[in-house]
Write a protein that binds this ligand. Structure first.
Ligand code: SF4
Length: 329
């Protein structure tokens, strides 16, 4: 199992043994026939003002982990602490108050915006819900946020369909920061955008982090984008963190076979520059029937007998570099 890790004193977010399971329904009465352990006893910490990148293949549980940390979906076990507050135990009113400090930037801002509501109203709603300021002050605050994300305040009265994808994501970011949060989960925030627009949004997120002292959990399947954004990087494989390290260390010296395979799969202009040629075997596992022991073993070229018997814990192999693999222990 994943050990409790990384719980250093300057952490803003502490996650311990967090689990989130989905039932797979079948049969006449819709009873679950199996469970998917989308997040399976994950422990990690996110330090104040840092960006923790979270990478892994599609369907590995990254988004579920982000949403469970924000208490936007139910946890099946474990805990999340924001500063010293236990997020998952809070009564609804206290959770609503805490939400001021913990927000989500969506992958697809268009899907998260009401097409019949002006974007100014969409950003202002959170101020209304939390009864922050007078009506005039709320209008001024929305104008100010629009400027901060690079949109002219005159655009507040327009509707989402009148905006480009990049502008809509700026609106999505404005909505996420209007309550002046401390922590943002950015869930694939540029993957729906043209490549030419992606850099603008990434740089905006970086600038806002500097200006507002934000802490990010930055979820992406794109290793180049995570390298650009993250201070540290966690690698997730079917519900578990299998490696976590400082960005430069992880990109220079990946240790877990899955991390190495992810890097090896990234197309590079000159194949002679490729230093990792490890390839995953077989197909991704059925998430309702994960293999015993190490859950990567059916795809791992280095699997040995022990890998089928015991699941490796996440162990510190170098300073601030933890790996869950029997090869390294
Ligand atoms: Fe491969 Fe075994 Fe390490 Fe899992 S524990 S990644 S199967 S070597």
């Amino acid at each position: 199992m994943n050990a409790a890790i990384d719980l250093d004193a300057d952490a803003l977010i502490k996650v311990e043994r967090l689990s989130a399971h989905f039932p797979v329904k079948s049969g006449f009465f819709g009873r679950p026939s199996a469970w998917i352990r989308a997040v399976d006893e994950v422990s990690l910490a996110i330090r104040k003002r840092e960006t923790l990148g979270l990478v892994g293949e599609s369907g590995c549980g990254k988004s579920t982990l982000g949403r469970t940390i924000l208490a936007l979906r139910r946890a099946n076990g474990g805990s999340v602490h924001f500063e010293e507050k236990s997020v998952l135990d809070l009564p609804p009113e206290d959770l609503k108050a805490l939400r001021r400090h913990m927000q989500l930037v969506f992958q697809d801002p268009f899907a998260s915006l009401n097409p019949r509501e002006t974007v100014g109203r969409a950003v202002r709603t959170a101020l209304d819900l939390h009864k922050i300021g007078t009506a005039r002050e709320r209008t001024d605050a929305v104008s100010e946020i629009f400027r901060q994300v690079g949109l002219h305040p005159a655009l507040m009265d327009r509707f989402p369909h009148e905006f480009s994808g990049g502008q809509r994501q700026r609106v999505g970011i404005a909505r996420a920061i209007v309550l002046r949060p401390k922590f943002l989960v950015c869930d694939e925030p540029v993957s729906a955008l043209d490549v030419s627009i992606q850099a603008q949004i990434l740089n905006l997120l970086k600038d806002l982090q500097q200006q507002l002292g934000l802490t990010y959990l930055f979820i992406s399947h794109n290793l180049a984008i995570v390298e650009h954004m993250a201070d540290r990087v966690a690698v997730m494989y079917y519900g578990r963190i299998v490696e976590i390290a400082r960005r430069d260390e992880l990109y220079a010296r990946p240790r877990h076979p899955y991390t190495k395979a992810l890097f090896a799969a990234v197309p590079i202009p000159n194949p002679r520059q490729r230093t990792l040629d490890i390839q995953m075997r077989g197909d991704p596992p059925d998430p309702t029937r994960m293999p015993s022991g190490c859950r990567f073993r059916n795809r791992c070229p280095y699997a040995m007998d022990r890998c089928a018997q015991e699941e490796p814990a996440l162990i510190e192999m170098a300073p601030d570099h933890r790996v869950a693999c029997w090869l390294d222990s």
